[in-house]
Design a binder for this molecule. Structure first.
Ligand SMILES: NC(=O)C1=CN([C@@H]2O[C@H](COP(=O)(O)OP(=O)(O)OC[C@H]3O[C@@H](n4cnc5c(N)ncnc54)[C@H](OP(=O)(O)O)[C@@H]3O)[C@@H](O)[C@H]2O)C=CC1
Ligand SMILES: O=C(O)[C@H](O)COP(=O)(O)O
Length: 497
């Protein structure tokens, strides 16, 4: 159970979860806490410390000192620690999943899956790090005009220093470890600022890393509202790299952060283009899975369907029939559709729905909402003048735009300020490749809904969807810099003998 057994030390007598610094669980000197509201009950569920700027300063100092020693720790030993953390994480999947259910209303089975997936991600990162960080490059000077073979350049990857990780609410464990593990294997130290909704799950995950015996100060976790301590963290001179996943906040951070590497995974408006020759059953099941899993609260959710007019009626009917099988209710009951994360999020989604209603969209189901719970909704005959055609609801509401040519679909996709993923359904692989090339998104899925996983695949967004690329290998590389050592010979090496 959350906060008990090996997790007892992470919570104080007043049931406020502590923050983690210098290898210890601590209460903030602020004396203040931040309340986490359960999206289902809409009542306070947990409390976390509201850390102070002074506490952040101390964490940064400790992280800097610990990193110096960690960078000298053999790679295989760093990997060993990560494998241990992965095993402990999986061992405690039930307790961590319980927090995900209560804090972010993630359906019970998906919550367990998130933790197991996270353990696998940590192990894979340890293995990949051992492989790719052990490799370097040798260059000889005479491959460039005007040079003899008198210089040998050896380049290898070295850590950046202190990495600041800021994940979003929807995958507070998985999108935290996808930053923590690459940072650590590459020899960096790590400061985590978890999302407020999801902070307690993240603190449990950090305890698993603590139990794995990482050196003091190497990993820290400071809690508090992003709006209060976020700027102080992201503009802190002690930070050498920021890895952020979330919404528009990331755009603001990228403007404020100093001259340090940034990895930004932001929002999306993933389009699903359906051609006349597509397997319509496959399309319908992918639209429902892609559009409504975790109630549409995935950056990679299908967020607009662009379907050829000739098959639109058939697709809409099939999607409606599949949607009718979705269960709606509480995450504890493992329902498919659960309450969205907050009342403000539900209000925002409702605003998009009402705008579409006023402008004449066809409602395939009756709009229904109770508290934060919104029943899955498909909106047909959506037009470009409706907000839902462009904005990301992050909820179980999906617009269908009927198109008369593939070009129209590509045009709509590319007119978006987002460019995360997209998908195309057709039996014609040649067309699929041409459409994929034309879509301005970081990834295009052919005949499947968008998805980030498997976690070792490159994952990146164009335009307002991000900077850089994620995925295990890319994240490890991103959290290193190249160091060259040049051996200068007294005479060209091929002159001897
Ligand atoms: N491309 C991708 O991989 C993904 C993108 N997203 C996008 O994220 C959004 C939903 O997630 P959500 O958590 O609401 O996103 P937010 O951008 O609101 O928050 C993300 C994180 O940033 C923190 N934060 C808030 N303000 C600041 C600040 N000024 N400085 C630093 N950190 C800050 C938040 O903390 P706090 O909670 O305390 O406010 C949270 O940890 C959607 O737009 C979605 O598309 C989500 C998942 C994946
Ligand atoms: O935050 C998100 O929405 C995730 O990055 C999506 O991950 P998934 O596609 O594996 O669900």
């Amino acid at each position: 159970m959350a906060g008990t057994g090996v997790f007892t030390e992470i919570v104080d007598g007043d049931q406020v979860y502590k923050y983690y610094a210098d290898g210890e669980w601590k209460k903030s000197a602020s004396g203040k806490s931040v309340s986490i509201v359960n999206p289902t009950t809409r009542k306070p569920q947990y409390k976390v410390q509201a850390c102070t700027q002074e506490e952040v300063n101390k964490v940064m100092e400790a992280a800097k000192a610990a990193q110096k020693l960690w960078a000298r720790t053999p790679l295989w030993k760093r990997a060993e620690h990560l494998h241990k953390a992965a095993a402990i994480l999986k061992e405690h999947k039930a307790s961590i999943a319980e927090c995900l259910v209560k804090e972010i209303a993630k359906p019970a089975k998906d919550a367990v899956t998130e933790v197991v997936r996270s353990g696998d991600l940590v192990s894979y990162t340890a293995e990949e790090g051992v492989r790719i960080l052990g490799e370097g490059k040798l260059l000889v000077s005479d491959s460039f005009p005007g040079n003899e073979r008198s210089k040998y350049c050896l380049s290898s990857k070295v850590p950046l220093g202190v990495v600041l990780a800021i994940p979003p609410f929807n995958y507070p464990v998985n999108l935290a470890v996808s930053k923590i593990a690459p940072a650590l294997i590459a020899g960096n130290s790590l400061v985590l600022k978890p999302p407020t909704q999801g902070a307690v799950a993240a603190l449990h995950m950090i305890q698993c890393f603590h139990l794995a015996g990482f050196p003091k100060g190497l990993i820290s976790c400071v809690t508090g509202k992003g709006s209060e301590i976020g700027d102080f963290l992201t503009m802190h001179p002690g930070v050498n790299c920021i890895s952020f996943t979330g919404g528009d906040t990331g755009i603001a951070i990228s403007k404020k952060a100093g001259m340090i590497p940034l990895q930004m995974e932001l929002g999306g408006k993933d389009a699903c283009i359906v051609l006349e020759d597509a397997d319509l059953d496959l399309v319908a099941s992918n639209i429902v899975k892609g559009g409504y899993s975790y109630s549409g609260q995935r950056c990679t959710a299908v967020k607009v369907v662009l379907v050829m007019e000739s098959v639109a009626d058939a697709i809409v009917e099939k999607v409606k029939a599949t949607m009718a099988k979705l269960s709606v209710g509480s995450p504890e009951d493992d329902c498919d559709i659960t309450p969205v994360v907050s009342e403000s999020s539900a209000n925002f989604i409702e605003g998009l729905v009402m705008d579409a209603k006023e402008k004449g969209a066809t409602f395939c189901q009756e709009y229904r909402r109770e508290g934060n719970l919104i029943w899955p909704l498909l909106l047909d005959h959506v037009r470009p003048d409706m907000r839902i055609a462009w904005e990301e609801p992050f909820g179980p509401v999906l617009p269908v735009i009927r198109i008369s040519s593939v070009e129209e679909g590509i045009h709509h996709c590319n007119a978006s300020n987002f460019g995360l993923q997209g998908c195309v359904f057709t039996r014609d692989i040649n067309k699929a490749i041409l459409i994929s090339d034309a879509m301005e998104t970081g990834t295009v899925q052919i005949n499947s809904a968008p998805a980030r996983g498997p976690d070792h695949f490159p994952f990146q967004g164009l335009k307002d969807s991000g900077i850089g690329s994620q995925g295990i290998t890319n994240s490890i590389n991103m959290m290193t810099k190249i160091k060259s050592t040049v051996i200068n010979l007294p005479s060209p090496s091929y002159t001897m003998g």
